[in-house]
Design a protein around this ligand. Structure first.
Ligand code: DP6
Length: 326
């Protein structure tokens, strides 16, 4: 039996991926930039064997069925076709962070699965090929393959759409404080959300302006310019949520506690505390700050109404192999 285990970190997007030019291949409408989240990990073990009756996938001890299983099986088919091996797989995946807490768990999941499954099938893929493969499972997973601060080049076909590291984790001592205001599963997941993006009259403007935002974000990271980063991250998050709110049907992810935080954080910054916010497809708020400000930002967040829990992560490393057998 060919087995491999890999781990990957989730990532938080500074410039967001929202909407696909090709939904099936997950070719995004625009490029995106993110930071991997150290300390938060998905560890995935994959074994391929003819003895198995079919693909079996366990996530945090829960056996997947129906569309959830189908999504993983379809992805495994991509890997099996690449390897020319058509055996069923047993997949065991564990997150050390709460699923559905506003942390894109599919990113870490498909990044770890890409590395474990391709290794178990004897493929020795480079980082670029792995990123491209992970993209097929979940777009944001392409960004959890390389290390640190990462840019996903939108590209215009399967070959040209992949992510690369733009700075290692130690480049910038930033911290992501994740204010959890609702720990349950989100009502409309990202995959369904991407399909609605084009129904918003604001999406073309968001996409057309993306190269400018990417350039500002990339240069702010390179220069470690927090104020410049803060302004572009908040603009980008607001643009994505404007698209979501004006889609048909509209997607409204904010809760009252969300709004409270996203009004407070820029006010803190104005009064000298470096912090900025960004949201994914959910109500929880990621608050980024230099590590020197983390204790104070954390203290202030914990005093806000509706904040149930605060998770903390520094810039994280790449997806990596844990063991290999068989
Ligand atoms: C709002 O990568 O989760 O987090 O490709 O359908 O799995 P699928 O979508 P996913 O979308 C992420 C959306 C986002 C923004 C981002 O991470 O860039």
């Amino acid at each position: 039996m060919a087995t491999a285990t890999a781990l990957a970190h989730p990532n938080i997007a500074f410039i967001k991926y929202w909407g696909n030019r090709d939904q099936h291949l997950r070719l995004p409408a625009n490029g995106s930039i993110s930071m991997n989240l150290a300390g938060l990990t998905t560890t995935t073990e994959v074994s391929f064997s003819d003895e198995l009756p079919g693909d079996m996938v366990e996530l945090n001890g829960r056996l997947l069925a129906g569309p959830e299983l189908q999504r993983v099986s379809d992805f495994l088919d991509c890997v099996r076709r690449m390897a020319g091996v058509f055996k069923p797989a047993q997949v065991r995946s564990e997150n050390n962070f709460p699923t559905g807490a506003g942390i894109a768990s599919s990113a870490a999941a498909f990044a770890a699965l890409s590395l474990a499954a391709s290794t178990a099938l004897g493929l020795d893929l480079g980082e670029l090929e792995l990123s491209r493969l992970a993209r097929r499972g979940s777009g944001s997973a392409s960004r959890s393959i390389p290390t640190g601060f990462v840019e996903w080049h939108a590209g215009d076909d399967d070959q040209s759409s992949y992510a690369v590291s733009i700075a290692p984790p130690e480049h910038w001592d930033l911290v992501d404080l994740i204010a959890v205001v609702e720990a349950g599963h989100k009502s409309v997941g990202s995959t369904a959300g991407h399909a609605l993006a084009d129904t918003s009259p604001l999406q073309p403007a968001r996409v057309a302006d993306a190269p400018r935002r990417l350039e500002i974000c990339r240069s702010a990271i390179h220069a470690r310019d927090f104020d410049r980063l803060a302004a572009i991250i908040e603009l980008d998050s607001n643009l994505m949520h404007a698209v979501m709110m004006t889609s048909n049907p509209p997607l409204m992810y904010w809760e009252p506690a969300t709004l409270r935080i996203i009004k407070e954080v820029p006010a803190w910054r104005k009064s000298g505390l470096p912090a900025c916010f960004t949201l994914d497809a959910g109500p929880n708020v990621h608050v980024l700050c230099p590590s020197s400000a983390a204790d104070e930002v954390r203290r202030r967040l914990s005093e806000l109404p509706g904040v149930q829990q605060i998770l903390q992560a520094a810039p994280g490393g790449p997806a990596r192999l844990v063991t290999r057998e068989g």
